[in-house]
Write a protein that binds this ligand. Structure first.
Ligand code: NI
Length: 318
């Protein structure tokens, strides 16, 4: 102010405009400067990414075409081997916990336990029950669990033919696609009952027949401690563990889940979904022939590296 005193007084409007310009410049500088630091830039970009994903997800709650994941493609390739898979080869310290016959009244509670323990699991669901638990199946997929086919209403498939067989399997698949937006790559035949004719008839669907190597018999009225003891005594790397979240009361199974997961981890075994297990640790029967002369190759990646064996993107069997 002091140095202006000796000058001629400027017009008042010029002073106001000058003051406004200074204020705008200060405000602009204050707004811009935080984003000049790398942290601020990356966190604002991250926030934008999350926001974009969230708004996309919420605006499309039901996808018209299901997501085809790398795991689904791997399962479609494995399905072409027409195996009855009971476990991974055991080259990786992974196990798969599976729950059959649901969704049921306790599935939601089971999911919250699995989510809290960060233990992705596989649910072999009955198609006829899905519409009664739409939020549960959506939440399962959202939290990284896998939905797979356990038929529409649990018949022995070795006695089911033609249109009824297609209904049991593909209508369940379509229900999973419709409610959860994913394309299931696995089927577990009820009672583990499957024969060559069923596998041949279902070949266009590119579904892996998944059985198990650890049977908890949790439906036979065992205590949760008996269930836990059996799993921890018998599960090894590559194991697929059979439990049930549908049917009659599954409280003992629910109670067993946390000690099972804790105990498996104490043995160095990490729970993953069945598709993740079979992709990372394919069954021995699915491995390519051993190389005869050259150095050993990575057998766990070799089966997925042949583009010639890629199945189509959309799997048939309508
Ligand atoms: Ni069952």
């Amino acid at each position: 102010m002091k140095r202006h005193r000796h000058r001629r007084r400027p017009p008042i409007w010029l002073a106001i405009i000058g003051a406004l310009v200074v204020l705008v410049a200060i405000a602009w500088a204050a707004r811009e400067s935080p984003s000049l630091t790398p942290d601020a830039v990356s966190s604002s970009q991250a926030a934008e990414g999350v926001g974009a994903n969230a708004s996309t997800a919420s605006s499309t709650p039901t996808r018209t075409s299901p997501v085809v994941t790398p795991e689904r493609r791997a399962m479609a390739r494995l399905a072409m081997k027409k195996l009855r898979v009971t476990n991974g080869a055991g080259r990786k310290k992974l196990v798969a916990l599976t729950f059959d016959d649901g969704p049921g009244p306790l599935t939601k509670q089971l999911l919250s336990t699995l989510n809290r323990l960060d233990a992705p699991s596989t649910f072999f669901v009955q198609g006829g029950l899905i519409a009664s638990y739409p939020d549960v199946v959506k939440a399962a997929v959202r939290h990284g669990h896998e939905l797979a086919i356990h038929t529409w209403n649990h018949p022995d498939l070795t006695g089911v033919y033609g249109d009824e067989l297609r209904h049991q399997v593909y209508d369940t698949r379509d229900e999973i696609r419709k409610y959860a937006g994913v394309d299931p790559g696995l089927i577990r035949p009820p009672y583990g009952a499957v024969d060559d004719r069923v596998i041949r008839d279902l070949a266009p669907g590119r579904l892996v027949q998944v059985l198990w190597d650890v049977d908890t018999n949790d439906w036979q009225g065992l205590t949760s401690q008996q269930i836990v003891d059996h799993v921890l005594a018998t599960a090894t790397a590559g194991s697929i563990v059979l439990m049930h979240d549908g049917g009659t009361s599954r409280q003992q199974t629910l109670n067993a889940v946390e000690p099972i997961i804790t105990g498996l981890r104490a043995k160095g075994l990490e729970p993953v979904t069945v598709s993740e297990l079979l992709r990372a640790d394919p069954p021995k029967e699915a491995a390519p022939p051993a190389p005869t002369v050259t150095a050993p190759s990575d057998a766990s990646t070799a089966p997925t590296s042949d583009p010639a064996s890629d199945p189509p993107e959309v799997y048939g069997g309508e």
